[in-house]
Design a protein around this ligand. Structure first.
Ligand SMILES: C[S@@+](CC[C@H](N)C(=O)[O-])C[C@H]1O[C@@H](n2cnc3c(N)ncnc32)[C@H](O)[C@@H]1O
Length: 259
């Protein structure tokens, strides 16, 4: 199968700005012409491209995603870079609120010598993808509410705790693009009244799980970063905020005492 003019035109008419590239991706994902028609119909109806083709690119990896799962965002690659800079070979890495496991898989793929990887989330739909995405790095996957998901043997051992939790204020979800609002689950977006309810819980519970000198990385926004940072400080961590203008990304980084 090859890209046809009518395929590109239908995508363009549906508002796809990069219609040629999307057409190539749909053709690449389709088993046959019937399947291509099905994928095109889903995309034209407004499903995220990544859900339709079944994968998303993140830090150079091709990760499995699909209907009902949060699609890893390009800006989150900044958090990964910050974590990788702080990693040592064999570091214990916990990707909390892991979604499809993008942060953990990316950190594991980028640390020379590898890491001990754990990923946890409350949503079984996301975890079905995470299991496959972290398998290549020997990662373990845990299901449950934040730290309650984890085995006791991880206590005091986590060197890098990487977190992209929901941080959209409830009242702003209606303003998000339809691809997010209508196709990603509320549990992946909704951070409560000011967006920071999960950040506060992540910060408050982090210290017992971190190794001495271990670090917590939390993606936030420039506007919300003072509140995310103050939650980390209140939890006993030494905090700095890192930003990337290129990726329009902000990360609060907390370091545990050496003890
Ligand atoms: C914004 S999505 C990010 C997913 C992934 N970290 C990424 O960047 O691709 C937030 C994730 O947090 C998970 N989540 C929300 N509340 C949670 C909780 N209380 N415990 C564990 N996971 C939670 C959601 O299921 C969702 O997968």
């Amino acid at each position: 199968m090859t890209r046809s003019r009518s395929l590109v035109e239908r995508l363009r008419a549906a508002g796809c700005v990069f219609a040629e590239e999307e057409a190539d991706l749909l053709v690449g994902a389709a088993r046959d012409d019937g399947h291509l028609a099905e994928l095109l119909a889903r995309r034209v109806a407004g499903e995220p491209l990544e859900h339709v083709v079944g994968w998303a690119e993140f830090c150079g990896l091709r990760l499995e995603v699909g209907a009902g799962a949060f699609v890893p965002r390009r800006r989150t690659e900044f958090l990964v870079r910050e974590a990788v800079d702080a990693a040592r070979p064999g570091a214990v890495v916990l990707d909390l609120c892991c979604g499809v496991g993008a942060l953990g898989a990316a950190v594991a793929s980028l640390v020379p010598g590898g890491v001990e990887l754990h990923a946890a989330d409350i949503d079984p739909v996301a975890l079905a993808y995470a299991r496959r995405n972290v398998a290549a790095y020997g990662g373990a996957v845990w299901e449950g509410d934040l730290y309650a998901a984890l085995p006791a043997r991880l206590r005091g051992r986590v060197d890098l705790l990487v977190v992209n939790a929901p941080y959209v204020p409830t009242g702003e979800i209606a303003l998000m693009p339809s691809e997010a609002r209508d196709h990603e689950p509320a549990v992946s977006l909704d951070g409560g009244a000011d967006g920071l309810a999960v950040h506060r819980r992540v910060a408050a519970g982090a210290l017992p799980w971190l190794a001495p000198g271990g670090r917590l990385f939390v993606e936030t926004s420039a506007r919300q970063s003072p509140v995310t940072a103050s939650a980390l400080t209140s939890a006993g961590l030494a905090v700095r905020v890192a930003t990337s203008e290129e990726l329009y990304a902000t990360v609060a980084i907390g370091t545990a005492p050496e003890r």
